[in-house]
Design a binder for this molecule. Structure first.
Ligand code: FAD
Length: 521
């Protein structure tokens, strides 16, 4: 063993003794051989959810994959400690998934930025792709790839999330019906397993690790680098919104749109529960809306729906985006005159949620607790799910968007670790699954701690009822509180998930914040 490596190991040992002691005496910053640790930082014990605040004992700011490998090699080869490790990307989890109580948080944004773009045809490259570090944000990848006229194919709505963070959960948006989730658009990854091994994996090389890590909730390894598929980027986008007052018509039109992947490039939608949800969801959409919904009519309350779709305006393809929008909208059944089309740059379109963030920040409503719940619902259960939702929430006081849009089952690779509703439970073996995101904010001035607890309880109640056999839903970005619930979540995939854990992280060091496996000493 090299002397440097030996010294580093001894120093990591000293660190661990410090961690194992009830008195946390690490002062910041401290160098342990080549590894530089900080005392727990406030960001490492916080996330977007602002519900859990678990402090780690130390924070690692890695300079390379080798730093991460060194730490995990040491932790997995010493039997005396119970130290856990969480990779933290952008910390946009809701339930402390990137936290490590009394453990070590690895701040992935510390990895030096290094985005390499490869264009199809250059150096015998068969497809365009980007090599990018796991801690890099999607916005940085977008900005760099656009300089080459390229962009990733599959997105999330919000781009200030890390590559490793979204590949660990799936990564979905309005392009998912067409290209699959982000985890269906990765060619290769560098991963440090829970045993400290640094492995380059792909569908043909170390494929078990590759598929385990994708949608694997950080359980099997830390993604230090990923190869992301790119396509030619359009300059502009025709962005369309159409309004509905009938759920069946709304979903019928959404399904019409996802049946036209050659025409539509993006399909989403949301429920309009009240004035505020109409106003806040329109922050980035630069059209004057002449839409005046009657939320209370004839003594009862009513909700509305909005479909959002987009068509790329490509100069390199012989497509007239305006004509495509007309062609598609002729077949739709929105409320009379309630279709609005705007043209925006591709960058502004993809980065649209940033405007909502800025708007919410300006009124102090971004850094507040977020009791979010995301569910995949088979088409056969979507109406029952909607009834369940509307029975359980008060539309007039709900703050935040409720997204709902269809995805296609065949765009998801069943080898990955993510779990969709069981095809067997879906009576029609239907190709369509809906994602419903109840993205609730709680203003602490109106909803103090007990009220937040009530909302979390309500989410659990909805999730439990929706998982019943008649609806057959599964949580997306799941949060469960007991091993039995996790087992139920993975259902027939549980044994594979456990086997992968035993293989790649047998001491259960990684991602303790998910609460799936207890640390083994
Ligand atoms: P973190 O919160 O830092 O980590 C999440 C989990 O991944 C943790 O368990 C962590 O340990 C693990 N992890 C982090 N980095 C790595 C790595 N490099 N290797 C292995 N494991 C790692 N999701 C969608 O699919 N579509 C959306 O449109 C969407 N919009 C969102 C909008 C907002 C405003 C927010 C707050 C979230 C949104 N999400 C969306 C959810 C988001 O994709 C997930 O919460 C994602 O995990 C966040 O990425 P992150 O970098 O913040 O991860």
């Amino acid at each position: 063993m090299e002397i440097g490596l030996f010294c580093a190991r001894v120093n990591v040992l000293i660190l661990l003794l410090a961690l194992c002691s009830p008195c946390k005496f690490i002062q910041s910053p401290m160098d342990y051989g080549p590894l530089s640790f900080l005392q727990s930082t406030s960001t490492a014990s916080m996330d977007f959810g602002r519900i859990h605040f678990h402090s780690p004992s130390a924070v690692l700011r890695p300079q390379s994959s080798a730093d991460i490998s060194l730490l995990l090699t040491f932790l997995s080869s010493s039997s005396f400690n119970k130290v856990t490790v969480a990779a933290r990307g952008a910390g946009h989890s809701i339930h402390g998934q990137a936290q490590a109580l009394d453990g070590i948080v690895i701040e992935m944004d510390a990895l030096p930025s290094n985005i390499q773009i490869h264009r199809k045809g250059e150096d015998e490259t068969a497809v365009s792709y980007a090599d990018v570090n796991g801690g890099e944000l999607w916005i940085a990848l977008l900005e760099e790839s656009l300089k080459h006229g390229l962009a990733p194919r599959s997105w999330t709505d919000y781009l200030y999330l890390s590559i490793g963070g979204t590949l660990s959960i799936g990564g979905i948006s309005g392009q998912t019906f067409k290209y699959g989730p982000q985890i269906s658009n990765v060619l290769q990854m560098d991963v440090v397993t829970g045993k400290g091994e640094l492995v380059t994996c792909s569908p043909t090389k170390s494929s078990e690790l590759f598929y385990a890590v994708l949608g694997g909730l950080g359980q099997f390894g830390i993604i230090t680098r990923a190869r992301i598929l790119l396509q030619d980027a359009p300059q502009k986008v025709k962005w369309v919104r159409a309004f509905y007052d009938d759920f069946h018509t709304f979903t019928k039109d959404q399904e019409l749109l996802v049946s036209k992947p050659d025409l539509a490039d993006y399909v989403e939608g949301f429920i309009i529960l009240n004035e505020q949800s109409l106003y806040s969801s329109s922050t980035a959409f630069p059209a004057h809306l002449n839409f005046t919904p009657q939320f209370h009519s004839k003594g009862s309350s009513k909700v509305y729906y909005c479909i959002e779709f987009a068509v790329h305006d490509n100069s390199f393809e012989d497509i007239n985006a305006e004509q495509v929008v007309e062609e598609i909208s002729r077949e739709m059944s929105y409320l009379p005159s309630q279709l609005y089309t705007v043209e925006v740059s591709y960058y502004d379109f993809l980065n649209r949620v940033r405007m909502e963030e800025m708007s919410l920040r300006s009124v102090g409503l971004w850094e507040v607790p977020h009791p979010w719940l995301n569910m995949f619902v088979p088409r056969s259960g979507i109406k029952e799910f909607m009834d369940l939702l509307l029975e359980n929430i008060s539309p007039h006081e709900f703050e935040g968007p409720v997204l709902i849009y269809p995805l296609l089952r065949d765009k998801w690779d069943t080898n990955t670790s993510i779990v969709l509703p069981d095809a067997a439970a879906d009576n029609d073996k239907d190709p369509v699954i809906y994602i419903i995101g109840m993205l609730r904010s709680t203003n602490p001035a109106r909803c103090p701690a007990e009220c937040l607890e009530d909302r979390l309880r309500l989410n659990r109640r909805i999730a439990r009822a929706a998982s019943s056999s008649s609806i057959g839903a599964k949580q997306y970005i799941p949060h469960h509180r007991s091993p039995a619930e996790w087992k139920g979540h993975f259902s027939q995939h549980w044994d594979r998930f456990v086997a992968r854990k035993m293989w790649f992280d047998p001491l259960s060091i990684l991602a303790p914040g998910q609460g799936i496996f207890p640390r083994i000493s």
